[in-house]
Design a protein around this ligand. Structure first.
Ligand SMILES: *[C@@H]1O[C@H](CO)[C@@H](O)[C@H](O)[C@H]1NC(C)=O
Ligand SMILES: *[C@@H]1O[C@H](CO)[C@@H](O)[C@H](O)[C@H]1NC(C)=O
Length: 768
């Protein structure tokens, strides 16, 4: 019954195998022939040609000689002389783009004047500059005041032809190396930046391109491009101009500058202005006082790259708005077109038309490979969510989730209205019956809603109906945010505040710190801050509450002779982050990178490095969300409890309410702290109302980066919340305290067991 499986697999390869074996056989047959043929000229020629298919033409005589030379022997060169490279070191460019000769696309020169620089040139800048990499303005007159953000070059000569020549010379001198294309235009022209830049994506820059709106020469054949409508010059044309500009300057006739340029190009390169190149059209529109930018409908206008001449700056903005609309409509119709094409082609795909998924053009829904990666739907209503963090069965919708739900309901009703407008139906929202949503990482957020809507027909009768709608909030374009460069070599100043209550934990902290940092000479330095409350501070002569710890530090310093662990004592009854940092900040260099920790933290090398990488001076501060251990007495059944914090949902949680740890630069701290104090009147003390996080968030321009950090774990210690703290801080401390005990599930179980115990006890009592 069964065919031989090996044959089955081999079958498709049969021709290949036959071919290969044939090839080998023939080769063996041919080899002796060829060897013999070495003396015969014809076959040598063939070999030579075979060996060097694409290389530069060599005279075939040479080649023949080489092959014919029977005496050819390889020579062994002993003691080779190094090739002198003329004593010059090879030049290594700083940027890859320079090294590889990668150029930018387009430099645009705008010919302007002192009178128009403040009016139309600014309008042109505002409507064009964001499309163009390099936009320059050229004027003849000196002493012009450039409007902000505009690169103005003054030549100091008003003669138009001379000014044009100088403009070209300037661009050649400064940008020729780095740019492929040059575009010249006058300032009284509206330029549709999108379309103009699009030209350069479709023509290769090594062609001789001189493109624009043509006008014939008066006294000879050929055309020049009118500068008013913009002139496109390719790299090669600019190169030719660079060489011949002086020659052309000698023949300055009494010409308009654009005509002079056309003549110059005509003379030196024999090229004439074109309005079309390699299938790309250059379209222009002549503006007149009768043109209404908002309603002009002609084809010429709709397709225009430039509109000229324009006198009023407001016309620039009106044109810009109009063209933005036109481009938007084009984009929409193109999307529709592409959708239609996808639909048309779908029957050719393996799945056929069934493979077409909604919405067209967006990744198909994620297909789970096994039951473990099924994406589950979350159920929600208008007020509640039924998939809650921490396993609670039901939680209230608020904040961003609420906005999300309101938004999709609004959108659904609006889409229904759009869709059924033709039938004369209108809809209004009554109630959301069921809502489901899920996040599909390949495409975005998906929703499915059962909506109860009021449907009003053409006869004005209202009916309440149910509609099921599907929505997708697609992932949009991914953006890359460039970040400054940081390294892992920065020295880290670890700051450890210790209060009287923390005393017992310090030994553990120092022990793990020694293992993680001191043993491997990690580039970090620990500073311990002893916080005395006023009473302890008074009695310091009789009894130092931190005496033990100080001797412990001395012990570590002796054990690791290279390590210094400085300590500082401060006195306060409300030890807040700002109070501590105010003192620490002054005692450290401005460029110090601080890591603020607590005694219950377990540091790891990964975390320390992450602190370095995620903190950028003048740019970003890092607030890790630590993994807080639950109370071991509640979550473990038996002693001994593990010595380190175990990672897992039954052992602890990421405490989003705690802001204990922070990584930031001293310089950033100082500027932000000054800023914060400045905004407060009467030197009010803010160190108790703010924590570091709020301070950086509200009073600095830094990115405040907050993220879960599984490598930073905090041992359980009952939190003490100081009622002297500001309301907000005190509140979040209480929440953190309450949620830090154990998960709701574990607590519920404990209560349940406890109740059962009491019940059975009382039953026992009754029985006896
Ligand atoms: C000109 O455009 C540039 C780039 O968009 C902008 O930074 C600058 O402020 C503009 N200048 C004026 C005067 O509009
Ligand atoms: C789709 O296919 C039909 C018939 O094959 C054709 O007439 C139509 O132009 C196509 N539409 C698009 C957008 O390609």
């Amino acid at each position: 019954m069964r065919r031989q499986p090996s044959m089955l697999y081999l079958r498709p390869f049969m021709p290949l195998i036959v071919g290969l074996s044939l090839g080998f056989t023939l080769c063996l047959v041919c080899l002796p022939l060829l060897e013999e043929g070495c003396t015969s000229e014809g076959s040598v020629d063939q070999v030579a040609r075979l060996r060097k298919p694409n290389s530069v033409q060599e005279s075939s005589q040479d080649v023949l000689q080489n092959y014919n030379d029977d005496d050819f022997e390889p020579r062994i060169i002993t003691n080779p002389k190094p090739v002198k490279s003329g004593g010059k070191q090879p030049f290594r460019a700083r940027y890859i783009s320079t090294e590889l000769g990668i150029r930018e696309k387009l430099v645009v020169g705008v010919v302007t004047s002192r009178e128009s620089l403040d009016t139309v040139a600014v309008a042109l800048n505002k409507t064009l500059a964001h499309y163009i990499h390099k936009l320059l303005y050229f004027t003849g007159t000196r002493n012009v005041k450039a409007p902000g953000g505009m690169y103005v070059v003054t030549h100091g000569d008003d003669r138009p032809v001379w000014e044009m020549a100088q403009t070209i010379r300037y661009i050649n001198d400064h940008f020729h190396k780095d740019y492929d294309w040059t575009y010249l235009v006058t300032d009284n022209t509206y330029v549709q930046g999108d379309r103009v830049t699009n030209i350069f994506d479709h023509i290769s820059m090594n062609r001789d391109v001189y493109m624009g709106k043509r006008a014939p020469f008066k006294d000879m054949d050929g055309y020049y491009c009118k500068i008013g409508h913009g002139v496109v010059l390719s790299h090669s044309v600019m190169s030719a101009l660079q060489r011949h500009l002086d020659g052309c300057m000698e023949t300055i006739l009494d010409l308009q500058p654009d005509e002079w340029l056309g003549r110059c190009l005509h003379d030196v390169m024999g090229i004439s202005c074109v309005e079309e190149f390699e299938g790309i059209d250059y379209n222009t529109y002549e503006f007149s006082s009768a043109t209404d930018p908002d309603n002009e409908d002609s084809q010429e206008f709709q397709k225009a790259h430039t509109v000229h001449p324009i006198v009023e700056p407001t016309d620039f903005y009106r044109l810009h708005r109009r063209f933005a609309h036109i481009e938007l409509d084009l984009a929409y119709s193109e999307i529709e077109n592409i959708k239609a094409q996808i639909k048309n082609l779908s029957h050719k795909t393996p799945e056929g038309e069934a493979g077409l998924t909604w919405p067209i053009g967006i990744n198909p829904p994620f297909k789970p490979q096994s039951r473990f990666d099924v994406l589950s739907w979350d159920y929600f209503t208008e007020t509640h969510l039924y998939t809650c963090p921490d396993g609670a069965p039901k939680c209230e919708l608020h904040g961003i989730d609420k906005m999300d739900v309101d938004d999709i309901i609004g959108t659904s009703v609006q889409r229904l209205n759009d869709k059924y407008k033709k039938q004369g139906l209108t809809f209004d929202h009554v109630r959301l019956l069921n809502g489901y949503r899920r996040f599909d990482p390949t495409r975005g957020m998906e929703y499915e809603l059962d909506l109860l809507v009021g449907e009003t027909g053409p006869d004005n009768l209202r009916d309440v109906v149910t509609k099921r709608v599907k929505l997708l909030r697609p992932l949009s374009q991914v953006e890359i945010i460039p970040m400054p460069y940081v390294t892992e070599t920065t020295r880290l100043y670890v700051i450890l505040p210790v209060t009287v209550h923390d005393r017992e934990q310090v030994a553990k902290f120092l022990d793990s710190y020694a293992q993680v940092v001191l043993d491997i000479h990690e580039n970090s330095m620990l500073t311990v801050v002893f916080i005395y409350d006023p009473l302890d501070a008074q009695n310091i002569q009789e009894e130092d509450v931190f005496g033990m710890l100080k001797s412990m530090i001395t012990y570590y310093e002796r054990k690791y002779p290279n390590a210094k662990i400085p300590w500082i004592s401060i006195k306060t009854d409300v030890p807040t982050q700002l109070k501590i940092m105010d003192i620490i900040s002054k005692k450290h260099p401005v460029d110090a990178l601080f890591l603020l920790v607590t005694v219950t933290d377990e540091l790891t090398i990964e975390f320390l490095n992450r602190c370095r990488m995620n903190t950028i001076a003048g740019w970003q501060a890092f607030f890790p969300i630590h993994f807080a251990q639950y109370s071991p007495e509640l979550v473990y059944d038996t002693k001994p409890y593990p010595a380190t914090v175990e990672f897992g949902r039954e052992f602890g949680h990421f405490d989003v309410h705690a802001f204990d740890e922070a990584c930031f630069y001293n310089s950033d701290y100082m500027t932000t702290r000054t800023e914060l104090q400045k905004q407060r009147k009467d030197n009010e003390d803010v160190s108790e109302t703010y924590n570091l996080y709020e301070m950086f968030l509200k009073h600095s321009n830094l990115h405040v980066f907050r993220a879960v950090e599984p490598d930073l774990r905090q041992r359980y210690m009952p939190r003490t919340c100081n009622p002297h703290l500001s309301e907000d801080l005190y509140h979040s401390c209480l929440v953190s305290q309450a949620e830090g005990l154990a998960s709701k599930e574990q607590l519920a179980k404990l209560i349940f067991e406890h109740d059962n115990e009491i019940k059975s006890q009382s039953e026992n009592v009754v029985k006896s």
